[in-house]
Design a protein around this ligand. Structure first.
Ligand code: HEM
Ligand code: HEM
Length: 195
């Protein structure tokens, strides 16, 4: 049986919670822009901003945790070039999908003089005074980077599934809860009857 190197439980919680938030934020952002009939009152935009802005806080906790707790080693079966590609991919996920994208959203709102309420509870300070030129440029940046990150995250998910179903290594298992991986018990299901 292969030995499984696991991420810490905190790293797993942060990964899966932020993955869920990120994917919902992505779908909400897309709906806000392209589904005018349900976003006439900007309700979806506000929901997008309220949810996505939590990533700005969570990513600080996550990076601090990650710096203190190294990731499990990648399988020895992976070629050196693939390991480097995996590390670069993770850096992009952190730097672009989890930092640059939400930061650009915040800057977009600030430059357009729109408020940002994290989870509808905490008002974030404006990053700058209103400025139409910046608002326009950052809006284009946020939109393009959102689409780029959609492709990046799509690739990340497909690669994780390839590791599990095609390469049959332990990369995905190391990010899943340990209790899903318990071996079936070897004990008999019914107690032995008395002679
Ligand atoms: C997890 C982080 C985020 C993701 C994945 C994300 C994703 C997206 C996507 C996919 C769009 C639609 C792009 C298009 O097709 O035009 C969008 C639009 C938008 N995003 Fe984000 N975003 C994030 C964070 C933020 C944050 C933190 C804010 C502001 C605080 C923000 C503000 C906006 C605004 C104002 C729009 C335009 C909505 C509209 O026109 O009604 N985003 N975002
Ligand atoms: C729902 C589908 C997802 C699956 C199945 C998945 C799977 C995985 C797996 C197996 C790893 C560990 C090792 C590796 O890839 O080499 C990982 C790491 C990572 N994932 Fe995901 N992921 C998903 C969604 C996301 C999303 C939406 C994001 C963020 C936008 C994300 C960001 C990351 C980052 C930054 C790492 C590196 C962790 C570290 O080493 O600190 N993942 N993911």
């Amino acid at each position: 049986m292969q030995r499984i190197d696991h991420y810490t439980s905190t790293a797993k919680w942060l990964h899966w919670a932020m993955a869920a938030i990120w994917l919902c934020a992505w779908l909400l952002g897309l709906s806000a822009v392209h589904w005018h009939s349900i976003n006439a009152d900007h309700r979806i935009t506000l929901l997008h901003k309220a949810l996505a802005s939590t990533v700005l806080v969570l990513v600080v906790v996550r990076v601090a945790w990650r710096l203190a707790h190294p990731a499990p080693a990648l399988p020895a079966s992976m070629a050196p070039a693939m390991r480097r590609a995996a590390h670069t991919g993770h850096l992009f996920l952190y730097g672009v999908a989890l930092m640059a994208l939400p930061l650009s959203g915040w800057l977009w709102s600030s430059s357009g003089n729109h408020e940002v309420w994290m989870l509808g509870l905490v008002k974030l300070p404006a990053l700058m005074a209103p400025n139409e030129a910046v608002q326009h440029a950052v809006g284009i940046f946020h939109t393009w980077v959102a689409w780029l990150c959609g492709a990046l995250v799509g690739g990340h998910v497909l690669i994780a599934l390839k590791h599990h179903f095609i390469d049959r290594d332990t990369v995905l298992l190391g990010m899943l809860p340990r209790r899903l991986q318990r071996q079936p018990s070897t004990r008999p299901s019914t107690p032995p009857t008395a002679p």
